[in-house]
Design a protein around this ligand. Structure first.
Ligand code: SF4
Length: 271
């Protein structure tokens, strides 16, 4: 008689608010949950600090999944073309491949923190068909406000990077908004310099290989440009504050960043 294989229950923590809130929400509901974090090696220290707090709350380790090869190796493999919204090889190699290895051929139920107020995000569909994604927040009608309440009641609150950036992921992520790059420049100048060192300029062809299409990090870091970005951001922040008098400042800050650029972040890295 063949023994039936157990179905695994997995929850990927991105270091962002939604997946963290989902872990809190399900802590006492799914006892055999395996929590994991795909570590790209380019994460912010604030993310690691938050993961440590979350592990304490969950009473279980969050398994770190490391890619076999790091970002620099894959960059070379991709002809030194920086990843972009159109060529997201970083997500495939640094997040999805380690997840596929972690699950292997097992059957797994993956709990995904997409909220009831989000229509456009679908979660990861494994090509092998052995990972079934489910969406407890959608099923239970939990929206952004509900997520904030879960984190507040648990005592975890938001990750501290929310003071200057609202999306989890690599310090050099090209999904960052201008004000978030300014945040990186001011909070982590060493990481800003590292991100800058990846940008290349071909003097012969005039081609630029930069994280943003419209300006390089060097250009963004000019004091006048930083002032201009900040001025626009604070103007927007004041508008959002006036419109949403009862909203917590962290949410108003997130809304003001969205007003600058509401392109959805990577659906895998920022949940
Ligand atoms: S956080 Fe951004 S840069 Fe890092 S793997 Fe995800 S999409 Fe790529």
């Amino acid at each position: 008689m063949t023994e039936e294989k157990k179905v695994r229950h997995i929850l990927g923590i991105s270091g962002g608010k939604d997946s963290s809130a989902l872990a809190v929400y399900l802590r006492d509901k799914v006892s055999n949950m395996e929590y994991f974090f795909c570590d790209t090696g380019a994460e912010l220290e604030e993310t690691y600090e938050y993961l440590a707090k979350l592990e304490k709350y969950l009473g279980k380790p969050i398994i770190r999944l490391n890619p076999v090869k790091n970002f620099d190796w894959w960059l070379q493999r991709n002809g030194n073309f920086l990843p972009s919204q159109r060529m997201r090889w970083c997500t495939i190699q640094l997040k999805l491949a380690p997840l596929e290895d972690f699950v292997g051929d097992d059957q797994a139920i993956s709990y995904v923190g997409i909220r009831a107020d989000e229509d456009t995000r679908k979660g990861y569909q494994s090509p092998r068909g052995n990972i079934q994604s489910i969406f407890p927040f959608k099923e239970d009608g939990i929206d952004k406000e509900g997520v904030m309440k879960i984190l507040e009641h648990s005592g975890l609150g938001l990750p501290s990077y929310y003071e200057w950036r609202t999306r989890s992921g690599c310090y050099f992520c090209f999904y960052q908004r201008k004000m978030e790059w300014v945040g990186l420049l001011e909070r982590h100048p060493d990481l800003f310099e590292k991100a800058k060192s990846y940008e290349k300029f071909d003097e012969i062809t005039g081609k630029r290989f930069t994280w943003m299409t419209d300006e390089s990090l060097d250009e963004l870091a000019y004091p006048e440009r930083v002032l201009e970005i900040k001025r626009k951001h604070y103007e927007q922040l004041e508008k959002e504050k006036a419109l949403n008098k009862n909203k917590p400042l962290s949410e108003v800050f997130a809304d003001s960043l969205d007003a600058e650029d509401d392109t959805l972040p990577c659906q895998i890295c920022s949940l």
